[in-house]
Design a protein around this ligand. Structure first.
Ligand code: HEM
Length: 411
């Protein structure tokens, strides 16, 4: 282990930097906060006793090192008395995202089978392409008819919901718009120090979602339909509700954020849309740069179960760290001119889909949707512009555009 580097950061200055970061909403303010944190050192202490990690290499270590565990049920039982009163937190602790082996291995396995690259390639052709064509085509028609419309409510959220609902075989009576909104509301409990109103809304969403999943699973147990839902209902009666909760809570808000970021980029710079029309393959590097620029999940939180070291500094067992993936993607030691949006930059390994044991199972599906969406949007909405700046949710942990109203010069 390297000797600890001297630090001049006192607790008050650190608290100021953490406050600046937590208040940042616009990407520019966030980037300035990342720079200020990175300049203060590889590890910045927070007023609640955790450490913020900003460097690419240090974040990668937190994601991949075996000593870094989730803040799952075991940790919460020891450190957060009363946490089981929050239904959304309890629900999330039943997903692999908040589990460590051996529970993690068992819960991840059935999801792995459903989201394997071969299955997703087939789903991309059978579901993603046609559903994207339909959603974007209908959206373009609405914009032509009404002059303007919100792409988040009409496409970015319903599209990934519809894809997953079809893959799972979810019954029609579960309204897709409702499912998207509840899944988004539920994961907002993950925002750092979420206010009580957000937690209450998340808890209500978790209870309503689990109730809908239970009813759908019971229906399939009585009348199997040869779909994934029927299979999960029969194979894992107790766990199936959490597999569904994982699919929709991990898959919808994140993909929706990526699609909204894509729409924002294509409307902010029509040259990008023109290039996709000329060169459809450009949707790939554009998506990668969007994932670097503002990854949908900006923070991954872990706790170390052994004394370790990060960025040349000792980190004692039991210390909680927040790995700021968004900041890691602006690390100049890894990305040249990190604050320049450049889809032509050389391909680099990103942390947007995590790393190690918890590496995102839906990365192929999410990318397939982003590519299909970028191409359809560029084709169906040439010259489209944002009618107003996007409405963003507050909080530094998730890139989540709540509303983006689009209008088109053709209307
Ligand atoms: C742009 C879209 C997406 C992004 C940026 C994203 C990002 C991530 C990240 C960063 C992690 C790791 C979290 C951690 O280490 O704590 C993760 C895990 C996961 N993601 Fe995604 N995700 C996306 C889409 C999806 C989709 C579409 C699905 C499934 C339908 C999905 C399913 C999962 C699952 C099941 C895990 C947990 C894996 C585990 O803990 O073993 N994700 N995702």
């Amino acid at each position: 282990m390297l000797p600890p580097k001297p630090t001049t950061l006192d607790a008050r200055s650190a608290a100021g930097l953490v406050r600046q970061w937590r208040r940042a909403v616009e990407p520019e303010a966030l980037a300035a906060a990342y720079d200020a944190l990175a300049a203060a050192g590889p590890l910045v202490p927070t007023p609640w006793g955790a450490l913020l990690v900003t460097g690419y290499e240090e974040c990668r270590q937190v994601l991949t090192g075996r000593e870094w565990l989730t803040l799952g049920a075991r940790w919460r039982d020891a450190h957060r008395p009363g946490w089981r009163e929050s239904a959304s937190t309890v629900g999330l602790c039943e997903t692999p995202l908040q589990q460590d082996p051996p529970e993690h291995t068992a819960r991840r396995r059935p999801l792995n089978a459903v989201l394997a690259p071969r299955v997703v390639r087939e789903a991309a052709e059978r579901l993603v392409e046609p559903l994207t064509e339909r959603h974007v085509g209908e959206f373009a028609a609405t914009v032509r008819r009404d002059g303007a419309a919100d792409v988040v409510a009409r496409v970015c959220r319903p599209l990934p919901t519809a894809v997953l609902a079809e893959m799972a075989g979810l019954p029609e009576w579960i309204d897709r718009g409702w499912l998207a909104a509840e899944s988004a509301a539920m994961v907002r409990v993950e925002e750092l120090a979420a206010p009580p109103s957000v937690v209450r809304r998340a808890d209500a969403a978790a209870l309503a979602l689990l109730d809908a999943y239970d009813r759908a699973l019971a229906e399939r147990l009585r009348h199997p339909a040869g779909d994934l839902l029927s299979r999960w209902a029969a194979q894992d009666p107790a766990g199936a509700r959490y597999l569904l909760l994982t699919l929709f809570s991990a898959g919808v808000p994140t993909t929706a954020a990526l699609l909204a970021g894509t729409a924002l980029a294509l409307t902010a710079d029509p040259a990008l849309a023109e290039r996709i029309r000329q060169e459809p393959g450009f949707a790939g590097p554009l998506t990668d740069e969007l994932l670097r620029w503002d990854p949908p999940g900006r923070v991954v939180t872990r706790v170390t179960d052994a004394d370790t070291e990060l960025g040349g500094r000792p980190v004692p067992a039991g210390r909680v760290v927040h790995a700021l993936i968004g900041a890691a993607h602006r690390d100049p030691e890894r990305f040249a001119a990190p604050h320049v949006f450049d889809p032509d930059r050389p391909a680099q390994r990103l942390l947007a889909f995590g790393g190690g044991l918890h590496y995102c199972l839906g990365s192929h599906l999410a990318r397939a949707q982003a590519l299909a969406f970028a191409r359809a949007f560029a084709r169906e909405l040439p010259g489209a512009r944002a009618a107003a700046p996007p409405v963003r949710h507050a909080g530094p942990s998730m890139a989540d555009i709540a509303r983006l109203t689009i209008h088109s010069p053709l209307t």
